[in-house]
Write a protein that binds this ligand. Structure first.
Ligand code: NAI
Ligand code: CS2
Length: 487
């Protein structure tokens, strides 16, 4: 069948200009999802164009995505990215992927053997917040997580990403090989520190000697990653087929904007991603916090209140002036004051740029998609800011409404009485609470007492309970659109 690798494609597609046969698998990436395709693999592609180095990537999906891996192989690991601005689109063919694996297509041992190959220097990850198997409010390994429990019983045959990393490092140590750097590219606050804590907590439970070796030899740089990459839909793929001239089932569309700030802390070498626009810095944490609170915090706010208000996409919410103003205020009044940034950082300018990015009508970013996994997202997007406002006795009404919006959303019934398909690792626990309380106001303190989501200093604070209760009541009585308009 005609595909990207064996057919002439449209001349407008920007193709890799380097010799792909010279690439070696020096990075193993866990999580060949939408984001990685349009971010890290694309940065690597552009770095290869400029440097002629040999840093290729092996793509691995530990959960799901078998079809994607099979299709990628059929087209010689080439795929396309469509960067969609409000008025024009640029399509790039990505050549940085050298190979791919899946434990369900191969087996666990093949995946581990790849991670333990001598030339592999980095294991990177986009495995979603829940992939770290940590308690979201503490960032420490959740020993009661089903995957972790099974891996602790059988650490040589892991299933979780954390279990794979620890076992691969054990093999490398046994083979006297250098370790690899573990680089998280997920939207997790202090993602490197969380990855490190999860790996060390796990290793300490299986082999303390190994844990000591990891602690002394492995680095876990923090990264701030940014590019809006909605899940591909059949419309996206049809549009990509038209732009490319042949179907690309691995193609993905995203916004033109991209940003990557990386802590320069690699134990076994790294690509020169800076030639492709990434920034290497000594401390990423302030940038991560800025992005998580201002971009992701207002994204979650718009996702819950937008979905409840009947908006399918983020760009649709931006056509409503009161949503637009509420999102800007959330960024500048609720989140920006909580940040400590290097001199010269223009947070108001950043907020304006975010509103412009959210308004891009070419990106069909579903509110439902962003609303997913709220139990993992809310703590890092809103929890720290709430703590700041309590301490400074400042106004946090936007955060209270965001949390009330999440509560109304996870009730699983929308304002018209239709069912909401709630996807969340804690969905069962949330449903059990609504089964007892229904939509009544008593559900608010009950949800705020889930310590995995709301640490006690937040969830038990009377000011927070009051503010979330009154926002929740307004959502029940007046609906999301009127509540936002009255904010
Ligand atoms: P996706 O749904 O397309 O891909 C999810 C990936 O995570 C898949 O490769 C899947 O195999 C893997 N995965 C899921 N659960 C896992 C688990 N328990 N253990 C190991 N792997 C697991 O999602 P997408 O868009 O690629 O996003 C992934 C993550 O990337 C996000 O959660 C976020 O942290 C980060 N990110 C996403 C952005 C976006 O706009 N899509 C932008 C910035 C960061
Ligand atoms: C979004 C992010 O799905 C979500 O939770 O908030 O994926 C967001 O699109 C990215 O972080 C943008 O960089």
């Amino acid at each position: 069948m005609a595909n990207l690798a064996n057919t002439n494609i449209n001349a407008s597609v920007v193709k890799p200009n380097y010799d792909r046969s010279q690439l070696k698998t020096r990075t193993v990436h866990l999580g060949f999802g939408a984001f990685h395709r349009a971010h890290q693999a694309l940065y690597t592609n552009e770095m290869l164009e400029k440097t002629g180095s040999d840093w290729g990537i092996c793509e691995i999906n530990l959960f799901g995505g078998e079809d994607l891996i099979t299709q990628l192989r059929e087209q010689d690991h080439l795929y396309t990215v469509a960067e969609k601005g409000a008025d024009s689109t640029v399509v790039k063919m990505i050549g940085s992927v050298t190979e791919s694996l899946h434990p369900n297509l191969e087996d666990q041992q093949t995946v581990l053997a790849k991670m333990a190959e001598e030339q592999v220097a980095i294991v990177s990850m986009t495995i979603t917040e829940k992939g770290y198997c940590v308690d979201p409010s503490t960032g420490r390994l959740d020993k009661n997580n089903g995957l972790i429990k099974a891996d602790l019983e059988n650490p040589r045959q892991p299933n979780s990403a954390i279990g794979y990393i620890v076992e691969a490092l054990r093999i490398r140590r046994e083979l006297n090989l250098k370790p690899f750097t573990v680089m998280s590219c997920d939207n997790v606050q202090e993602n490197g520190h969380v990855a490190r804590a999860a790996v060390l907590d796990f290793a300490n439970l299986v082999d303390q000697d190994l844990a000591g070796w990891i602690e002394a030899n492995v680095t876990f740089p923090c990264t701030m990653v940014d590019r809006i990459v909605p899940a591909a839909t059949s419309e996206t793929l049809t549009e990509i087929t038209e732009l490319v001239g042949v179907a690309d089932p691995c193609g993905i569309a995203c916004e033109p904007f991209r940003q990557w700030v990386i802590e320069d802390n690699f134990v076994n070498g790294r690509p020169e991603w800076d030639v492709a626009g990434a920034e290497f810095v000594a401390d990423v944490v302030p940038f991560e916090e800025m992005k998580l609170r201002m971009l992701n915090g207002s994204h979650s706010f718009l996702a819950y209140l937008g979905y409840l208000g009947g908006y399918q996409h983020i760009s649709d919410t931006m056509t409503n002036e009161s949503y637009r103003k509420a999102a800007f205020d959330m960024m500048t009044k609720a989140q920006a004051p909580t940040l400590t940034m290097p001199d010269g950082t223009d947070l108001e300018g950043y907020a304006k740029l975010l509103i412009e990015r959210f308004s891009n009508p070419s990106l069909k970013h579903q509110t439902w998609q962003i609303a997913m996994d709220g139990s993992q997202k809310i703590p890092q997007r809103m929890g720290g800011s709430l703590r700041f406002h309590l301490k400074h006795e400042s106004n946090f009404k936007w955060l209270a409404l965001g949390i009330a919006g999440w509560m109304r959303y996870v009730s699983a019934v929308d304002e018209q009485g239709n069912k909401i398909d709630v996807r969340d690792p804690m969905a069962k626990q949330l449903k059990a609470i609504f089964d007892v309380h229904g939509a009544s106001i008593s559900v608010v303190p009950e949800l705020l007492s889930i310590e995995a989501i709301f640490a006690a200093d937040i969830g038990q604070n009377p000011l927070i309970i009051d503010a979330v209760c009154s926002a929740y009541q307004s959502l029940i009585k007046n609906g999301a659109r009127a509540t936002i308009a009255a904010l």
